[in-house]
Design a protein around this ligand. Structure first.
Ligand SMILES: O=C(O)CCC(=O)C(=O)O
Ligand SMILES: [Fe+2]
Length: 348
């Protein structure tokens, strides 16, 4: 293949909420040599810069598209991006059956392209020490380590934002010590999805358009508290927070039906109204990720979940398999209290 001829096309999704970017040949991001040298769990920023340079090389030929991607979160024109055919799916190892990464470097090219895609949108990847031992790439697949993890990894996931109990970085001063900050975006990379299980999505714009103004006002009051999502090893309570806030003239949302509660009757009532809205199939959208896809989601204006995997999980290496990573704005990343040895791991 002559890389100069690599075609990249893009279009807006049917629902108008996503920008789809399709690479003409998935072999463009050859990372075999680099991935033998650098593990993204140990040197993620080196792997990111190599992979990002390659991806940028193709995308930057189309200035308009490149600008759309790099201003994706700030512009809020789209809730999500899908990069299709972003890596080769020829040599994908068997899907792991517990939360640990497979013992092979073959999954590193997909991981590198996820790093590159997050970086091209202007975000730094980072993880939390208190979640899955600080691993950068979270394995998302049916796991059978224990009954609890089996249930958690296969059940239908109701609408949530990632790290609902994290602060919004803009609201914190510098050097904030041990605060948990939530990522502005997150990315999923699909290695396998044999039955086409969908990632469900809900939009803040629909919530603002369809809930009564009095309910939105109530959701803006700091009368809620949130707990850690179940993938965290420890619980961190974040108290007296709002569900919806205006930051720099933009509205944003945090939500989880199980981890976020109202502290007053009026607050709980507003959450019930929001939940009713979210349960309406009319306002539930979904994206079915295919192997080779990367899905980047604006975690401030989008809620996400997942269809159930309970009836399809086989634990035989063929199950659905995604990688998940978090992306932080430069501001948030600078405010994270990071491990001096592992600069990408936030300490809380
Ligand atoms: O499996 C999916 O499609 C989404 C999973 C999810 O919400 C997550 O990993 O945070
Ligand atoms: Fe999630």
């Amino acid at each position: 293949m002559n890389l100069n001829e690599l075609k990249v096309c893009s279009y807006v999704s049917e629902n108008g909420h996503g920008l789809i970017v399709e690479f003409g040949d998935a072999e463009f991001l050859k990372m075999q040599n680099e991935s033998a040298l650098y593990c993204q769990e140990l040197k993620p920023y080196i792997v990111t810069s190599i992979a990002e340079d390659k991806m940028k090389g193709f995308l930057s030929k189309n200035k308009e598209l490149f600008s759309e991607i790099s201003w994706f979160r700030e512009k809020e024109k789209f809730n999500y991006l899908v990069f299709k055919n972003c890596f080769s799916t020829k040599n994908i190892p068997p899907t792991p059956t517990n939360d640990c990464p497979p013992d092979t470097i073959l999954w590193r090219t997909p991981a590198s392209s996820l790093l590159a895609a997050i970086s091209i949108t202007g975000h730094k990847v980072a993880s939390y020490e208190g979640e899955m031992s600080g691993r950068l790439a979270h394995m998302v697949m049916p796991a059978k380590n224990s009954e609890a993890s089996q249930l958690r990894s296969t059940k239908q996931l109701s609408p949530h934002t990632e790290v609902v109990n994290g602060q919004w970085a803009e609201m914190l001063p510098q050097n904030i010590g041990n605060n948990l900050i939530s990522p502005e975006i997150f990315g999923l990379c699909c290695l396998r999805n044999p039955n086409g299980a969908g990632t469900t999505i809900w939009y803040l714009s629909d919530i603002l358009d369809h809930l009564p103004y009095s309910i939105i006002q109530q959701l803006c009051k700091p009368e809620y508290s949130a707990k850690s999502q179940s993938s965290f090893d420890y619980n961190f309570d974040l108290e007296n927070i709002s569900v919806i806030s205006e930051i720099n003239s933009k509205l944003c949302i945090r939500y989880s039906s199980s981890k976020l509660v109202g502290l007053t009757d009026r607050a709980s009532n507003a959450l019930s109204e929001l939940e009713k809205h979210l349960n309406n199939p009319k306002f539930t959208d979904k994206v079915v990720l295919e192997p080779g896809d990367i899905f980047i989601v604006n975690n401030r204006i989008t809620l996400h979940g997942r269809e159930s995997l309970t009836h399809e999980a086989k634990y035989d290496g063929t199950d659905r398999w995604l990688l998940r990573m978090y992306g932080f704005s430069q501001d948030a990343w600078r405010k994270l209290n990071r491990n001096p040895q592992m600069g990408h791991v936030a300490i809380v």
